[in-house]
Design a binder for this molecule. Structure first.
Ligand code: SAH
Length: 221
C-alpha cells in the first residue's frame, strides 16, 4: 500500500464482529477483507463510515453492499485461484476487488458509465489488478470470456437472467438476489451435468438489476 492506512483497526473489527462472528469462516475470504481498503470504495466524505455494518450510497441512487453480505456472497462462490469470474453490477468496485484477490480473472459489468469510471479509479488506487470493468447490460452476460466458473449478480431481479445460466461453466456457482423490487431471497445455483441445483441463502435487499433480462428501467430501457 502506498498510502498509510488509518483504518486498519476498524477493518480488523469489521472482519471479526460483522463477518467471522456471523459465520463466514473461509480464511481466504477473511484475509481478502482484511487486506482490501474498503474506505477507498466509498464517496469522499464517507470514509469514516466505510466499516460500518450497513450499505452506503455511492451516487446515482446505487449502494456499496453491507460488508457481511459481500462476505457471505464471496464465500458461497467457493472460488479457486485459477477461476474466471463474472460480476454483474460493479458499483464501487469493492466486491470486484475481493473477487480479484481470490480468483484468476474477473470481468465486472456496470450499466452506468460514471460508476464504471469511478470503480476503475478506486481499483487502481487500491492497487488491484486483474479486474476488467465493462460498461453494458450485464443481464446479457459477457459472451467473449464465457464460460465462467463463478457468476455474482449484485443487483436484484425478478428471476435469474437465462444468458447468465448459459454462460456458467460445468461445476460453476452463481449467486444472485431474486425476487420483488424492494427485498429478495439470495439464491445460489450450482451447475452439474448441465442441470442447475438451487440453494436458498436467506433474505437480502438489493437495488434493482435493470436490463433486458432484469427489471425495466425508467425512461428508455
Ligand atoms: N457490487 C457493488 C455494488 C453494486 S450496486 C459494489 O461492490 O460496490 C448494484 C450495481 O448494479 C449498480 O451500480 C447498478 O448501476 C448496477 N446495475 C444495475 N443493473 C445492471 C445491469 N443490467 N448491468 C450491469 N450493472 C447493472
Amino acid at each position: 500500500m502506498v498510502e498509510t492506512d488509518p483504518y486498519s483497526r476498524e477493518r480488523e473489527e469489521m472482519v471479526e464482529f460483522q463477518v467471522r462472528a456471523r459465520g463466514v469462516r473461509d480464511p481466504r475470504v477473511l484475509a481478502a477483507m482484511e487486506k482490501i481498503p474498503r474506505h477507498f470504495f466509498v464517496p469522499k466524505g464517507f470514509e469514516r463510515s466505510a466499516y460500518e455494518d450497513r450499505p452506503l450510497p455511492i451516487g446515482e441512487g446505487q449502494t456499496i453492499s453491507q460488508p457481511y453480505i459481500v462476505a457471505l456472497m464471496t464465500e458461497q462462490l467457493e472460488l479457486a485461484p485459477q477461476d474466471r469470474v463474472l460480476e454483474i453490477g460493479t458499483g464501487s468496485g469493492y466486491q470486484a476487488a475481493l473477487l480479484a484477490e481470490l480468483a484468476g480473472r474477473v470481468i465486472s459489468i456496470e450499466r452506468l458509465s460514471d460508476l464504471a469510471d469511478k470503480a476503475r479509479e478506486n481499483l487502481a488506487r487500491a492497487g488491484v489488478t486483474g479486474v476488467t470493468v465493462v460498461v453494458g447490460d450485464g443481464t446479457q452476460g459477457y459472451p467473449p470470456e464465457a464460460p465462467y466458473d463463478a457468476i455474482i449478480i449484485t443487483a436484484a431481479s425478478p428471476s435469474i437472467p437465462q444468458p447468465l445460466i448459459d454462460q456458467l461453466a460445468e461445476g460453476g456457482r452463481l449467486i444472485a438476489p431474486v425476487g420483488p423490487r424492494d427485498c429478495q431471497d439470495l439464491i445460489k445455483l450450482v451447475k452439474r451435468e448441465g442441470r442447475v441445483e438451487e440453494i436458498p441463502l436467506g433474505g437480502v435487499c438489493f437495488v434493482p438489476l435493470i436490463g433486458q433480462f432484469g427489471w425495466r428501467g425508467e425512461g428508455s430501457l
